[in-house]
Design a protein around this ligand. Sequence first.
Ligand code: FAD
Length: 355
Amino acid sequence: MERPGYDPFPQRDLGWSSYAVSRPTIERAVRRRVESRANTTLRQRCRVHEVLATPNGEAVTGVRYEKSNGASETITADLVVDASGRGAVTLALLQSIGQPLPEETTIGIDLGYAACIFDIPDDAATDWNGVMTLGQAPQNGRGGLMLPLEGNRWMATIGGRHGDVRPGDAEGFLTYARALRTPTIYNAIGHAKRLDGVARYGFPESVRRHFERLDVFPRGLLPIGDAICRFNPVYGQGMSVAALEACLLQRLLGRLGEDSDPIAALAPAFFAEVQTLIETPWSVAILDFAFPDTRGQRPADFETTLKFGIALTRLAAEDPAVHKLTAEVQNLLRPRSAYLEPALVQRVLAKMAEV
Ligand SMILES: Cc1cc2nc3c(=O)[nH]c(=O)nc-3n(C[C@H](O)[C@H](O)[C@H](O)COP(=O)(O)OP(=O)(O)OC[C@H]3O[C@@H](n4cnc5c(N)ncnc54)[C@H](O)[C@@H]3O)c2cc1C
């Protein structure tokens, strides 16, 4: 971890393993698990065009979708879970039945990044498996991340905020990597064999939709994952949050089974309980306000939050137990409220006073 002021941050065994694999491999594994469930049927290559509701809009009755041959079909449902990422069909339904759309909190960062896959050379450095190089905020929003993938490959990702032009070709990729704050990534990939073209991606803003503030919501509809909250992908949290939300959904379906109308009770309970779950990753997304060009409502206590975070990081560099705790919070193994433990707060405040 190459943070400004610590190059590198102390490397320690934190007592748990983290896995680095390609997105297709994760998705294939998840899909196989789903396919193995006897009560699940996958309808492939279908696109939902519309969530269907009763004439008064109070309850959802199913979806209308288009098959790959262009034929349109409908399917009835007691519960429709909108895991479509953008949640467009949920918003379209609310509009069509005249209900207000959820308020949104946004953090505008105009992130642009590029990724490329390399063969890991035989003479690759052996003192690290993955590297994250951060720029010096607020002047330098550029960074790089390189992690191993299955098949003896590295995926290198580089990019910056607020319209920074990310490279679209191999030469530009290397030039950009060379300009990062440290040479680690460039030195690693400079002579490595490139296995793929350069993929580019733009991400305008983190968005949190406040479904919990709506007075009414159609019975039998539940947006989940990115459809509720989309995070700056640099922090690598969205899939974990979506998985945690799926676990919450499972718990609620079990718990509400005794309710007289579990389907009606589901969305309000989910929207209320998902807030605690979103709070930790959203508090990380908020760090983008460290860059002055970031758009959106900067939290009133942001300067204090930032100073607390800087002092906590200094403490983590010195103390392996604090390092473990911060890594666990960043990886969503523990909630951010773990930072409020009084003895830890005292130590962080003492560090803040040193500056
Ligand atoms: C470039 C990038 C890198 C990222 N890196 C990480 C990372 O390292 N770690 C991490 O945890 N998160 C990462 N994220 C975030 C993560 O991808 C998302 O948060 C997560 O995938 C959200 O899951 P989801 O199921 O809500 O939506 P998605 O994964 O977006 O899935 C939505 C699915 O619904 C389908 N769909 C959409 N509309 C319809 C429709 N009308 N009918 C039928 N199907 C439809 C889409 O085709 C898609 O397959 C990254 C995101 C991006 C963009």
